[in-house]
Ligand binder design. Structure first.
Ligand code: KIV
Length: 291
């Protein structure tokens, strides 16, 4: 029997005929946005319905982050998230977008233990995420990852790096704290970022990096769009964990988060407010949300 969307009993998504026709987000489109100085927006998404809501609110890039370990699975860190779980959520997001003819660019995290062993392991894991519907994979860290990034990019897999606070190595870092504060740490971060760009990474998440450092680095990375979280307004784009920006965090709200549900009546409106605030530069406010 063929699927009719209107008769779906739970969380009905709009019918294709009622949807606006939009151009899919692609790497060239992200580069065009960057060139004209338009900020790139990213939110995490883990399921079909929220992915569709974020897409219709105008969020250009959706990250199936391994933060799902915390917000969906109740884990205390991202370290326990498996590749199978990442593929399951990536498939859910990709299906949700397909059903609403969504246009967002889908980025999926390679989880801890799925790429550290070898470049061959990395390409097997990245392929699994691409088969699940990702357009780009994200991996954490600098230094040794450069070779892996070049290996994946040469084989046609777009890559997003992740520097600064890298939650998969939280135990080695000694906790969730701002990174790149000392001169030597800042220099290492800059070296790692430039090496990732040279290796072909098109995007780079900078997490909890001092705002001044992130703002300095961004123009040095014209081919690799910096996406900040807790790193100030000087990056090419911003990302937040969806549950945090909807005011649904269970613990202490991180300093870099704004609750966009405040003053909005729906999740979609809150997401649209996030997009508008990133685009007009009113979020983040470096005095409140950065170091
Ligand atoms: O896993 C995740 O959600 C992330 C973001 C916080 C950038 O990596």
């Amino acid at each position: 029997m063929s699927e009719t969307l209107a008769s779906t009993p739970y969380g009905t998504l709009p019918t294709a005929a009622s949807l606006p026709q939009r151009k899919p987000v692609s790497l060239p489109r992200l580069h065009e946005m960057r060139e004209r100085g338009e900020k790139i927006t990213m939110l995490t998404a883990y399921d079909a319905t929220f992915a569709a809501a974020a897409d219709s609110a105008g969020v250009e890039t959706l990250l199936i982050g391994d933060s799902l370990g915390m917000v969906c699975q109740g884990l205390s860190s991202t370290v326990g998230v498996t590749l199978d779980t990442m593929c399951y959520h990536t498939e859910s997001v990709a299906r949700g977008l397909r059903r609403v003819q969504g246009t967002a660019w889908i980025v999926a995290d390679l989880p801890f233990g799925s790429y550290q062993e070898s470049k061959e392991q990395a390409i097997r894991s990245a392929s699994a995420l691409m088969h699940a519907g990702a357009h780009m994979i994200k991996l954490e860290g600098g230094g040794w990852t450069t070779e892996t990034v070049a290996f994946l990019v040469e084989r046609g897999i777009p890559v997003c790096g992740h520097l600064g606070l890298t939650p998969q190595t939280v135990h080695a870092l000694g906790g969730y704290r701002v990174q790149g504060r000392s001169e030597s740490d800042a220099q290492r971060l800059r070296r790692d970022a430039l090496a990732l760009q040279d290796a072909g990474a098109d995007m780079l998440v900078l997490e909890m990096v001092p705002a001044a450092l992130a703002a300095e680095l961004t123009p040095e990375l014209p081919r690799c769009h910096t996406i900040g979280i807790g790193s100030g307004k000087g990056t090419a784009g911003q990302v937040l964990v969806m549950h945090d920006m909807l005011g649904m965090g269970l613990g202490k709200t991180p300093k870099f988060v704004r609750n966009f549900m405040a003053g909005n009546d729906s999740v979609r409106d809150a997401m649209a407010a996030y997009v508008a605030s990133v685009k007009d530069g009113s979020f983040p406010d470096d005095r409140l949300h950065a170091w």
